[in-house]
Design a protein around this ligand. Structure first.
Ligand code: GLA
Length: 418
C-alpha cells in the first residue's frame, strides 16, 4: 500500500465516522431527552435486550406440586416470596409449570383451567406483578405437553401474543411429543414469535440436552436444560453435576446451562446434601429456581435458599461457570469459579459417605503465592489469612468436608477487606 492510498483510506474512514455521528445525533433523543411515546414495532432483526445477564432466579411449581397448581397456590406463593425474603434475595420469577392449560378455543387461543384459575391468567399475572415479582408459564413444542395438555405445535405466534397480553415474563418450553422435530429450528421459531409479540420474555429451553443445546441455544433462549429431570435424591444431584459440568464453555452472561430446578427443602436429602446441591448450582452459575413449598419452609431450608453469600457467587456478573480444578480419585473434588472482583469461589465437594480431609494450593486456583483472605460462605465467618508461599511443604488451605457435603469458601488474593 502506498502512503497516498493509506491517507485516502484514513480520510474515508474519518468521513464515515463523522457521518455515523451525524446520523446518530439526528436519531438520538432530542434536546429534551424525550423517549418516543410509542414502542417501536417488534422487529425480529433488531438487537434484543439481554434478559439474563446473570442466571435467572425464582420459583417453579413442578418439583413440589406437579399438576396440583391453581391460583390460590400462586397467590400464596407470591405472598411468601415477599414475606420470607426470597424476593429480596433475588428470586423474582414465579413460574407455573405444566397443567395450567386445558384446551384451545375455536380461535386457537390456549385456555387456562377455568376451575383452578377462575380469575384468569391476566388477573393472576397482575397480582404477581403487584408484589414486585415476574410471572412465568410453561408450554411444549409438541402437540401435547409432558402431562398431555395442549402444546404449542402450530401455535407459536398465537401463544406468544397471548402470553404478551397476559403479562408473561418467562416461558419454559418443553420437548415432549416433539422428538421428530428439529429442536434448533423450533426453538428459534418460538423465540421469533416472542419477539414479534413485542414483550421481553425469558425463553427457558427444556429439551433435556437431547440436541446438544450448548452448541446453539445461546441467542435463542436464556437458559437450556442439559440433563434429564432432577429427582429429590443425592444420586440424582451427583449425576447432574457431572453431566452439567461438561458444558462450562457454553455458559455466560445472556445464556446459561440449566441443570434443572432445585430440590432444596423437599425432604429427600439431608441438610448437608441440600447445602452441597445449592453450592454446586451456584458454583456452576446455574439458574436458581426453588422447587419447594415456600409457604412452609423450615429454618434449615431458609438458611440454604437465603444464603446471600452463596447466591452472590451464582449471580456474579463475570458469569463464569465453575469447573473442577482438582479431582481426587477417592470422591473429593475442588471446584473453582472466578469472580468479577478478582476473588475465587471454591467448593470442596465430598461425594462419599464419610468425612474427607481436602486441601487446595493457590497455584491450583490461579492465586499468586502469598497471603490470601479466606471466608467460609456457610459458616458466614472469616477463616483468616492463609499464606501459600508456593513451596512444596508449606502451608496449604485444608478443610474437613462432611459426608455427602461441601465446604464452600471465597478467597481474596492479598489481605483485602481485613
Ligand atoms: C418435563 C420437564 C419437567 C417438567 C415436566 C412437566 O419432564 O423436564 O421439568 O416441566 O415435564 O410435565
Amino acid at each position: 500500500m502506498t502512503t497516498r492510498t493509506i491517507l485516502r483510506e484514513i480520510s474515508a474512514a474519518a468521513i464515515a465516522v463523522l457521518l455515523i455521528a451525524v446520523v446518530f445525533a439526528a436519531c438520538g433523543p432530542g434536546k429534551a431527552g424525550k423517549e418516543p411515546a410509542v414502542a417501536a414495532p417488534a422487529n425480529p432483526a433488531a438487537p434484543v435486550p439481554v434478559l439474563a445477564p446473570v442466571p435467572p432466579m425464582g420459583f417453579n411449581t413442578w418439583n413440589k406440586f406437579g399438576c396440583e397448581v391453581g391460583e390460590t397456590l400462586i397467590r400464596q406463593t407470591a405472598d411468601a416470596m415477599v414475606e420470607t425474603g426470597m424476593l429480596d434475595a433475588g428470586y423474582k420469577y414465579l413460574v407455573i409449570d405444566d397443567c395450567w392449560q386445558v384446551d384451545r378455543g375455536a380461535d386457537g387461543r390456549i385456555i387456562a383451567d377455568p376451575k383452578r384459575f377462575a380469575g384468569g391468567m391476566k388477573a393472576l399475572a397482575d397480582y404477581v406483578h403487584g408484589k414486585g415479582l415476574l410471572f412465568g408459564l410453561y408450554t411444549d413444542l409438541g402437540p401435547k405437553t409432558c402431562q398431555g395438555r395442549p402444546g404449542s405445535a402450530g401455535f407459536h405466534d398465537i401463544d406468544a401474543a397471548t402470553y404478551a397480553e397476559w403479562g408473561v415474563d418467562y416461558i419454559k418450553v418443553d420437548w415432549c411429543d416433539a422428538d421428530d422435530l428439529d429442536a434448533r429450528k423450533e426453538y428459534t421459531s418460538f423465540r421469533d414469535a416472542l419477539r414479534r409479540a413485542g414483550r421481553p420474555i425469558v425463553l427457558s429451553i427444556c429439551e433435556w440436552g437431547r440436541n446438544d443445546p450448548w452448541n446453539w441455544a445461546k441467542g435463542v433462549g436464556q437458559l437450556w436444560r442439559t440433563t434429564a429431570d432432577i429427582g429429590d435424591s443425592w444420586e440424582s444431584v451427583v449425576w447432574i453435576i457431572g453431566a452439567n459440568s461438561r458444558h462450562a464453555d457454553a455458559a455466560g452472561p445472556g445464556g446459561w446451562n440449566d441443570p434443572d430446578m432445585l430440590e432444596v427443602g423437599n425432604g429427600g436429602m439431608t441438610f448437608d446434601e441440600y447445602k452441597a446441591h445449592f453450592s454446586l448450582w451456584a458454583i456452576m452459575a446455574a439458574p436458581l429456581m426453588a422447587g419447594n413449598d415456600l409457604r412452609a419452609m423450615t429454618e434449615e431450608t431458609k438458611s440454604i435458599l437465603l444464603n446471600k453469600e452463596v447466591i452472590a457467587v451464582d449471580q456474579d456478573p463475570l458469569g463464569a461457570q465453575g469447573r473442577v480444578v482438582v479431582e481426587r480419585g477417592y470422591g473429593g473434588q475442588v471446584w473453582l469459579k472466578p469472580l468479577a472482583d478478582g476473588s475465587k469461589a471454591v467448593a470442596f465437594l465430598n461425594t462419599t459417605a464419610r468425612e474427607l480431609a481436602q486441601y487446595v494450593r493457590w497455584s491450583q486456583i490461579g492465586i499468586p503465592p502469598g497471603p490470601a483472605r479466606v471466608r467460609d460462605l456457610w459458616a458466614h465467618e472469616d477463616r483468616g489469612i492463609h499464606t501459600d508461599t508456593g513451596k512444596k511443604y508449606d502451608e496449604r488451605f485444608e478443610v474437613k468436608v462432611p459426608a455427602h457435603g461441601v465446604v464452600m469458601v471465597r478467597i481474596w488474593p492479598g489481605q483485602a477487606g481485613v
